[in-house]
Write a protein that binds this ligand. Structure first.
Ligand code: GLY
Length: 384
């Protein structure tokens, strides 16, 4: 599959990941990081920068540090990674108590922590946590519109009818719950949400909307929003990748061909828009200036492209692998800090086009970069 020089490059990156994770994991052993401040991981188990309920311990990215530890445990067998993953998983129990800070991102939070733990160790407590989270997610399903409600109301903003493309990454928690319990309800909800997303979010050219507002009583589409992208009708790159890999996951869990074809359509649009530099902008339809880039989108896309490559025939797979390699080599060669100066690997994430700051580390950038690299090696732990 890979040429000799590509294998040499891949082994080198795996070695760099192993070296970095060895010391970072010790340094941040008791933390749940989101980004770095002056090079050092912050800690969302304590910090709450906005003071809102959804930040702090309820912050949607709080599963990724645990996920990174499970990837490392799978790769090395070193018990310390399992111990650190357990610390962050237990820290999330507070969220069940808080309840009000949780929304649809319970998938992002408990798939790479409790589901991962259960898959690897059969820990009964982890199974219970993951089923609890799956029930919270299923409870957000809107029957009239066939969608899972994304967020809770923000200030006086009524979001009862809002669904977002990112939820394609939360619904694997529902597929897992059905596979685990034999109860089809979770999978039925997940597939209904995926079907609605195919028709309401994915545009004919393969680009996707970030937010779609439905009438929460009658179910019809009310309007779309640009969300974290440049504007309505634009193409927020991380949203493209939530769709690209997200539909692929729905295909993996259900075998429904339409999901594979949708993942491919989004992937073809994404690949056609990768710049020669291999650096992914925040939005494919943003103005040329100011320069705004998002490495996290590149890492997530690489994971999705490599999963598509596994599902298609020998003549098709090369183009997906080639595109993933271009993204990953760019990340390694010009977007990473492999030194001890920064606790994160990727340095140029962007939360949103209109975020206050850009080009800073974001924990899921590192998670997906590692997942993609281990996938390329053929030793990934599939956590979704
Ligand atoms: N799921 C929110 C984001 O991608 O920023």
């Amino acid at each position: 599959m890979l040429e000799t020089n590509e294998k040499i490059w891949l082994n080198g990156v795996i070695e760099k990941i192993a070296t970095k994770m060895d010391w970072v994991s010790e340094k941040s052993r008791n933390k749940i990081p989101y980004t770095t401040i002056n090079g050092t991981h912050d800690d969302r188990s304590i910090d709450n920068p906005s003071g809102n309920k959804t930040d702090g311990i309820n912050w949607w990215t709080n599963g990724f540090w645990g996920g990174m530890m499970w990837l490392m445990y799978h790769e090395t067998g070193n018990e310390k990674y399992k111990e650190i993953a357990n610390i962050s998983e237990a820290g999330l129990d507070q969220c069940f108590q808080d309840y009000y800070g949780l929304h649809h991102d319970v998938g992002f939070m408990w798939l790479p922590t409790s589901v991962a733990n259960y898959k690897v160790t059969k820990n009964a407590e982890s199974r219970k946590r993951a089923l609890h989270a799956a029930n919270l997610l299923a409870g957000r399903f809107n029957l009239a519109g066939g969608f899972i409600r994304a967020w809770n109301d923000v200030g006086d903003k009524d979001t009862r009818g809002w669904a977002i493309i990112d939820c394609m990454f939360n619904i694997p928690l529902l597929y897992w719950a059905s596979e685990e319990t034999g109860d089809p309800r979770f999978k039925q909800i997940a597939m209904k949400h995926a079907d609605t997303s195919m028709s309401a979010f994915v545009r004919p050219d393969g680009s996707v909307n970030h937010i779609v507002e439905f009438d929460p009583f009658n179910g019809g589409v009310v309007k779309t929003y640009g969300g974290q992208g440049y504007e309505e009708g634009s193409s927020w790159t991380r949203g493209q990748t939530w769709a690209l890999y997200g539909f692929m996951m729905s295909y993996i869990h259900t075998g429904k061909e339409e999901y594979l074809n949708t993942a491919k359509r989004v992937a073809h649009y994404f690949m056609a828009n990768i710049p020669d530099s291999g650096v992914i902008p925040v939005d494919f339809r943003q103005p040329r200036e100011p320069r705004r880039e998002d490495d996290t989108a590149a890492a997530i896309a690489a994971c999705g492209l490599l999963e598509i490559a596994k599902a298609v025939g020998p003549y098709e797979k090369d183009s997906y692998i080639k595109a993933a390699l271009k993204l990953l080599k760019t990340l390694d060669e010009s977007r990473s800090d492999w030194s001890r100066d920064n606790d994160c690997i990727l340095q140029n994430g962007s939360g949103a086009y209109y975020a206050k700051s850009h080009h800073h580390p974001i924990i899921y950038g590192d998670y997906y970069f590692m997942e993609a690299i281990f996938k390329l090696k053929g030793n990934d732990l599939y956590l979704w």
